[in-house]
Design a protein around this ligand. Sequence first.
Ligand code: GCB
Length: 599
Amino acid sequence: MKRILPLLLLLSVVSVSAQSTYPQITNIPGRNTVCLDGNWKYIVDLYKTGNQDYRANPLPEGQSFFADRSFYADQRRLVEYDFGAAKEIAVPGDWNTQRPELYYYEGTVWYRTMFYHMSKPGKRYFLYFGAANYETVAGLNGHRVGRHEGGFTPFNFEVTDWLLEGDNSLVVNVDNTRRMDGVPTVNSDWWNYGGITRSVYLVETPSTFIRDYFLQLRKGSQDVIEGWAQLDGPALRQRVTVSIPELGISTTVTSDDSGLARFSIPSKPVLWCPDNPKLYDVKVYSETDSVSDHIGFRTIETRGDRLLLNGQEVFCKGISIHEEMIGGAGGRAFSEAHARALLSEAKAMNCNFVRLAHYPHSENMVRMAEEMGIMVWSEIPVYWTIAFDNPETYANAERQLVDNIARDHNRANVIIWSVANETPLGDSRLEFLSKLIAKARELDPTRLVSAAMEKIEYEGRMMTVSDPLLDIADLISFNQYVGWYDGTPEKCDEVTWTFSVKKPVIVTEFGGGAVYGRHGEKDMRFTEENQEYLYQKNIDMLSRMPGLAGASPWILKDFRSPKRMLDGIQDDYNRKGLLSEKGERKKAFYVMQSWYGTK
Ligand code: GCB
């Protein structure tokens, strides 16, 4: 087995700033994979000491460490970083809730795992990370294999040439330092959980494989399945088949010179909807590869201020969710069981819709919601005061949008791509968000695109949303806190809403804080009674709103946020949950449950 000591120096997060050059491989559950999850060694590196030699002598991406003897200069430092003596931490998992001393930690952590592998002839291999927050550099057996920025989207690095027969050493550097130019930026109202927060896989593919495919009903049609498959590898011209046995479909086309195969298949599938979340077994195969999936078909569109699912008016009975575990130590949720726990509470509230705020949640969450018949608002972390003037920040945001859409574009339950939340008005912001909206539409013409905007008030208690984005987005979707940040709950009775455009309205946030078990008069802040009253008043107000097509109040569960320091009340939690962090239902939960029960 090769020495693993010097690997840290190789994997510096400085210098080369290019994103991973490998486009995303989609549908990992339908591929041939080895899961690398487990207990990995870790070293906390507050001062980024492991990066320093590399900073002086950067190696080009992919170049062998062992070719450059100058890196052996300081053996002592290398020994200090020997993983042999290091402790272990679970992957996936945030580091903050696994180690008390890392609760507030923001910085660099080195991870190392060993795995056994024997390559098969003619196969290609990729390391796939579901997500790691925020910046990741990975190295395999002494070779830097790639860097990725963004804490909530998947990424993969090809490692075919760097795998050894037998034991392999994978070193991963994760840095969750907040950055002004990052997406999100330094200021956000949620915990900056660091680490490898979603599963890691070694994916095996044939030398030419089906990297991605997109199959949905043609926009506006319920009887044509349309889409494409993209091959990756040397044999780009092949016969590619889509097979859906239950629909009697087996359609073959030939891919073009770039490996793209386009499909247009007449068919009348049973449509996916919350009451009948029908999924079909789908197989996409070429002469060299084959991938299986479960795909549902539905349409989503707007007509005036009406929202139509499969041509029928639908009301989005929603709740906003942060991807945080219910109970235990809390922390970043990632597994199917975590997803089921969160979504079951949404179901119990009679929801048919969730706003997965404020960043792409795990694939488990989206797939579980799809199976349970829950529609999804999917969002990227363009949140508050992003560096809208910075072209690199734009490139980063666009990359996250592209990766989010690539991962989930076959999920029937995803009906809305959201490009932002509560961003302050301005020219550069409008240009930034308009470009993101155009990009989303270019990649996926079948879904709606919007953003969570903000309400404004003008004379005489008239409320509206005044945002040039309204002309571009498909929805009037906005956050409002009448009765909490804005007056007392009674104010809801006094206001009137009006909108300058005729589009469906989704109130993407409303609510207020309450501590579970804290009781008092309905005008006493942070009591369950106050929150319950606030919800009753808001529901009355929403019911009078023209074009109301849905709501996703803030929020399912109390969630950690460093901005919430009030002693004895908040204790690092935003208390606007309808559940406590342990999952106990507050009174307002039942207000939503009964309102949605009548809808
Ligand atoms: C908002 C934000 C959300 C916050 C929430 C609050 O408008 O979109 O991220 O957590 O308000 O609790 O203030």
